[in-house]
Write a protein that binds this ligand. Structure first.
Ligand code: AMP
Length: 546
């Protein structure tokens, strides 16, 4: 043998043991369901995760059993992440915003036998329990004094998390597992058909966490205090529960209240430096700051992803609050990080306007992940920033096969079709034009709904906007703009449509404006385009009467 490096498996337990040893006193602060702030550190999380692993063994968890969570971001959820994966089982994070029927479907599909739930989900548990005969116990994330009453089905036990921990000891050694073994399970949002299970492995999770921590990506440091607004049930809070302890950054967990006022107060009181979430959350924070004249005292950076980040958000946070907003793209199937937008050296020579336009895009491929755009025949398209095509990705943290599927989700060369339509420019910056099914097809040409929505939300009277394709006898589809006004503002449709002049080709301008009080959202806080398309399926455009 020539000699070689050590063969240490990449294991999730190594993240928390490193954090406990080298960053023992880095804080984990959590807003509890009851409203108080709970404080612990990485040494405390690791110790309680070991104790929890002992308790799980006693509850009969073995092998790669699935253990489900229905929980907001908090220290107990973090303990579950490390205990369940660390002992070799699979933590199945369930999105509580799904319908009871879909929750039952994912629990049954995953074969999860235990469900750990926040007390705020008691009514939901009562609805779901009779539909999941395979669940033998629901464990409430609570002290004995906070234990609620829950009507469960026969044969299902109601247990108390803190009692389980009090009855177990911490005498547990993290096992040496196969790094390719499954560690966590998350379902796609399921706005089209049933949700599909994406299984992450120890190896994919570690590699993704290293990539997340690169300087041109999240670039976390031990001095950071990170607030994941993105829930731990939405693609593992984008990897933050792994990436932060990996470098010893503190975590500030917001619990269930994700409105602007709660965010601002927690960010300032806990000296948060970095946060991540979907645009809807940042819109809420911005509206609160504007309405109250509030400030962000320590926050330096926000990551915005999950849906297209409106340029207005990026500009306003930078100009009025000194906060840099970084645009990122990813999906459940990509763990989720795929691209991240930070400048390259050559861009310094650009005019401020051109540089800004580049900064709005979804970003460059994170090292380890490769991407390309192809036409419908699968031929690769040029990186000219104008040609758009189907976005394909591959890499060690991209799904190969969905849970319980018979065939791979990739082509023969390992490429995964994202279902997104995008351009890639000569800098390697990718820009999402649309979800394939959201694009408006007018007279055989494609119109980007995202670009049209971004223009609408930049208008001072508009709080939120959506574009759907309305049926048209001549053009097949034409863009219909659906908007929610800001509180106390009235929308003048003609003025709003006039604001498109010069920003897009004239034929891209929406045909009509519909003002509504609110728009439907999916379980992960994105615009629910499927519901909107159904709602406006029979909408008669005035232009269609010509
Ligand atoms: P999910 O698996 O629920 O996280 O959804 C993934 C999908 O969200 C992607 O395929 C995109 O369509 C969309 N998405 C995520 N991030 C962005 C972004 N920055 N801009 C536009 N769309 C995005």
């Amino acid at each position: 043998m020539l000699g070689l490096m050590q063969s240490q498996p990449l294991l999730i337990s190594s993240i928390i043991t490193h954090a406990a040893r080298h960053h023992a006193h880095a804080e984990v602060v959590s807003r509890t369901t009851e409203g108080a702030l709970h404080r612990t550190d990485y040494a405390g999380i690791e110790r309680r995760a070991r104790t929890l692993a002992r308790a799980l063994l006693r509850l009969g968890v073995q092998g790669t059993d699935r253990v489900a969570t229905l929980a907001w971001n908090g220290h107990r959820h973090l303990e579950l992440y490390y205990a369940v994966s660390g002992m070799g089982a699979v933590v199945h994070t369930v999105n509580p915003r799904l319908s009871p029927d879909d929750i039952a479907f994912v629990l049954n599909d995953a074969g999860s036998g235990l469900v750990f739930a926040d007390t705020s989900f008691v009514p939901l548990l009562a609805a779901v329990a009779p539909l999941v005969p395979g669940v033998r116990a629901f464990v409430m994330l609570a002290d004995p004094a906070e234990m609620p009453e829950v009507a469960l089905a026969p044969g299902q036990a109601l247990l108390c998390y803190e009692t389980l921990l009090a009855d177990a000891d911490e005498d547990f050694a993290w096992p040496r597992l196969d790094e390719e073994q499954a560690s966590a399970l998350c379902y796609t949002s399921g706005t089209t058909g049933r949700p599909k299970g994406v299984l992450y492995s120890h190896r994919s999770t570690l590699l993704h966490a290293y990539a997340v921590n690169l300087p041109d990506v999240f670039g976390l440091r031990s001095i950071d205090r990170v607030l994941p607004v993105v829930p731990m049930f939405h693609v593992n809070a984008w990897g933050l529960p792994y990436a932060a302890p990996m470098v010893g950054a503190s975590l500030v967990m917001p619990g269930r209240h994700l409105d602007g006022a709660s965010m601002q107060s927690l960010m300032n009181s806990e000296r948060v430096t970095m946060s991540a979430g979907v645009p809807t959350v940042w819109m809420g924070l911005l509206q609160h700051l504007r309405a109250t004249g509030g400030t962000l005292d320590t926050l330096r950076r926000l990551v915005c992803g999950g849906s297209a980040c409106p340029p207005m958000l990026i500009d306003t946070f930078a100009r009025d609050y000194g906060v840099q907003v970084d645009h990122a793209w990813g999906m459940t199937e990509t763990s989720p990080l795929g691209t991240y937008n930070t400048p390259k050296p050559g861009m310094a020579a650009l005019s401020p306007e051109d540089a800004k336009a580049l900064h709005y895009k979804q970003g460059r491929a994170v090292p380890g992940l490769d991407m390309k755009i192809v036409d419908d025949a699968g031929t690769e398209l040029p990186w000219d920033g104008a040609t758009f095509g189907n976005l394909m990705v591959r890499g060690p943290w991209v799904t190969r096969r969905y849970l319980n599927a018979d065939t791979d989700a990739t082509d023969a060369e390992g490429w995964f079709a994202t279902g997104d339509v995008a351009t890639i420019d000569p800098h390697g910056l990718m820009e999402i034009t649309d979800r394939t099914k959201d694009i408006v097809k007018s007279g055989g040409e494609w119109i980007s709904s995202i670009q049209l929505e971004n223009i609408a939300v930049a208008h001072p009277d508009v709080a939120e906007a959506a574009i759907v394709g309305a049926r048209h006898p001549k053009w097949d589809e034409r863009p219909l703009l659906i908007v929610v006004p800001k509180p106390g503002r009235a929308i003048d449709p003609a003025a709003l449509l006039a604001s498109y002049a010069g920003k897009v080709a004239k034929w891209w301008t929406p045909d009509e404006v519909v003002v509504v009080e609110q728009l439907p959202h999916t379980a992960t806080g994105k615009l629910n385009k499927l519901a909107l398309r159904q709602q406006f399926r029979d909408f008669k455009l005035a232009s269609a009467a010509d």
